[in-house]
Structure formats: structure tokens, C-alpha cells
Design a protein around this ligand. Sequence first.
Ligand SMILES: Cc1ncc(COP(=O)(O)O)c(C=O)c1O
Length: 429
Amino acid sequence: MAARHYDATPPPKALSRFLPFAPPLLGEDELLELKDTLDSGWITRGPRCELFESRCKELLNASGTLALSSCTAALHLGLKVLGVGPGDAVLTTPLTFVSTAHAVMYTGARPVFCDVDPADGNLSPASVRELMEKGCRAGAERLREHKATGLSVKCLLPVHYGGFPADLAGFREAAGEYGLHILEDAAHAFAAEYGGSPVGSAALQRPAAPGLNALSAFSFYATKNVACGEGGLLTGPESLIRKAGVLAAYGITDERKIWGRYAPKGTWAYDVSDLGFKNNFTDLGAALGLAQLRKLPEMQSRRRAFAEIWLRTLSDLDGDLVTLPREAEGTVSAWHLFPLRLKLDRLRIGRGEVAAKLKELNVGTSVMFQPVHLFSYYRKALGHAEGDFPEAEAFFESEISLPMSPANPVPLVEEAAESLRRLLISQAR
Ligand SMILES: Cc1ncc(COP(=O)(O)O)c(C=O)c1O
């Protein structure tokens, strides 16, 4: 493509004040819910967690919901109740936050990475199929034994990168064909939709074949679309959610006995039926969550408005200096991130320098993600090296995430978009 000309463009201007990358939108609603919770005299898991779970269930059209201490815990317990453990492999993406892979390691299984689709940074069913067909040999069950490790492939773990839904129909088909469970890392995808249904809904978790299950794990970390400081949610079939609830509370068979034991009709006795963990959510977190869910429609429309500002302002650079993110047909993004990809061969500066210059211009940004296989732990533990997943690495090298928080003011985001546009033009080759 011939280089475009942007001759009349003035140089970038610093914003009047700093535009932070991802502050949560908190206010009076959260204060009132927190006050009610403090006044109730119960601040850890209790009735507000249950209310929050039922609100999430309604909103997501989910079968079952379990609020947890984090998405990392939801991923870990999700894998446990799917029966993933030592001797198993889980197919996932290297372009994610480290906890996706860590959760697999906690179970004693091993993550086997497949490369991403350069279009959206999501794991693609095609790369999963290629691994199953070329990287696995037929064992007791068809094509389940991973040749390089001898492990049995048990589960697919796609991530809805940035809130852009991964190809769930493609994964479901592959899961049915190869006999795999699905656990979605939906940390970024609360309020995202696929084929008209919310990510995490029962409709999207229909078994791919008898005996197979699908679960979704969400995050309520401070920067997420629903921000509770810390927190997570597992959605899926009731029976698995109940099992995860036991594991989240030390293995105590009836977790209501933990928080109900001091009530007038409570008792001190309980049984421990499994080696569980301490992964419960708290009523303090749920107080924030209840307030956040009430304003979710407004927060999501602000995210969408910000996406439109970035898209509109940068549209004439698309395909020349940058690649803009797009919602795939039949999907609604949660717009957790605005992952801008720079055309590095068309710019005189690299991604790191673009981020540094934006900071000088008062615009906060981030980079999502450093590919997991290149962290020193995973290089050592799994023997990975640069070049193992070229698409994920190229995506990372060129990606910069722009501010999308609904807490930010519209005029500042408009100024930031114009400053970024001018900065990129000033650095065009
Ligand atoms: C893709 C992805 N998965 C999992 C997590 C872990 O979430 P949490 O911090 O709630 O454990 C994050 C957190 O940022 C994430 O970005």
C-alpha cells in the first residue's frame, strides 16, 4: 500500500491533566452498599455474596454462579471440578495474563500453548485442531495423547482477549470431536456476547458431547468492567458449581455452616469432605459488586463511547500506521481493552517509545500481554524460547492498550485520541 500523507497535521499536544489507564468508577452507590454491609455486622462470605451470585446468574443467564476470591481461583477450581490433574494437558493461549497458565500448573497438569489468531489475539480453533491432529497420537481415546509430553489432553482454555469473544462455536465443535472440556477465561468478558447470548450463559455452555462440560471464569479485579477490588466468578452447570463451592471453602460440605454457625439457629458442627482451599468472596466485595452491577449498563455504554472515539479519531490511520480492533460478526465485545496494534514497519519508533511519549503527553497506557511462555519461570518449567509462538510474540511487540475506563471524562479521552493520532503521524516513515 502506498504511504498516505498527513501533511497538515499539527504536532501532538499534552493533555491538561493525566488520563489514567483503568481507574474503577466508584461513588455514592458503593458507599451506601458498603455502609449497609458494615451495619449488618457480617463482612466475609454471607448473604450479600449469595445475592450477588443470584444477580450475576440473572444477568448472564447462567445455570450456576459461584463468587470467589479471584478469577485465578475460579480458573483453578474450574479445572479441578472438570477433573484436570497430574498427567493431563490443557490447551491454551500464551497471549494472556500469567494466571491462566498458573491455574493449570496448580492442578499438577501442564499448559500446552497454541498460537493466536493475529486478527484479534484470541486462541483459534484452527490452531487447536492443528495441535490435536499433528501434535497428538491416538491413545485409549482418539487423538488425546500429546506426543511431545506423553500427557493426555483434557481441556481447552481459551481467553476472551480484551473482552472480544473467542470463537466459541469453533471450540465447541473441536471439544466434541476430540472429547475435551472447555474452561473459558472470561476475566475480560463480563457483559460480552456471542451469538446473542452472554459469555458465561448456560446457552453457550451446552455440553459438546455427553460427559463433557463447559465453565466460564470472570474477574472482578480493580481494573475490570465490574470492579470489586478483588474477586472472581465461576459459571456453569449447578452440579459442578456446587462442587467448586465445597472446594472454595476448605472442603467443608455445607459452606452455609461456616457463615451461618453464629446465627441463632446455627450449629458449630460441620464435615470436611475434601482437601479444599480458602477461595471465598466476601460480603464487602459483594457490596461493591452489587453497586457495580446496577450501573453496568451505563458503564458499558461509556466504554463503547470511548471505543468509538478511538476508532473514529484513528480511522484514517487504520491499515497504514495502525490496526484497529474490531468486533467479529455475531459478537459484542465487553470493550475491557482497546488493544491498538502499531504497524511498526511504518513508524520510526517502537511500541515502548510510543507508550513513553504518550506518558509525556499525560496519557496512561498498558501492554497486554507479555507472552506467558517467555517468562523465566515458563522458559525453565516448560522449556520455551523466543520464536515458539510467533503470532503471539508479534501481537505483543506491536500492542498498546488505550484507556477505556468509564471513570474517565469524555473530553479528556477525545484530547488523548487526537494527541495519539498526531504523535503517530509525526513518527510515520
Ligand atoms: C486474562 C486474565 N485472566 C485471569 C486474570 C486473573 O484475574 P484475577 O486477578 O481476578 O485473579 C486476569 C487478571 O488481570 C486476566 O487479565
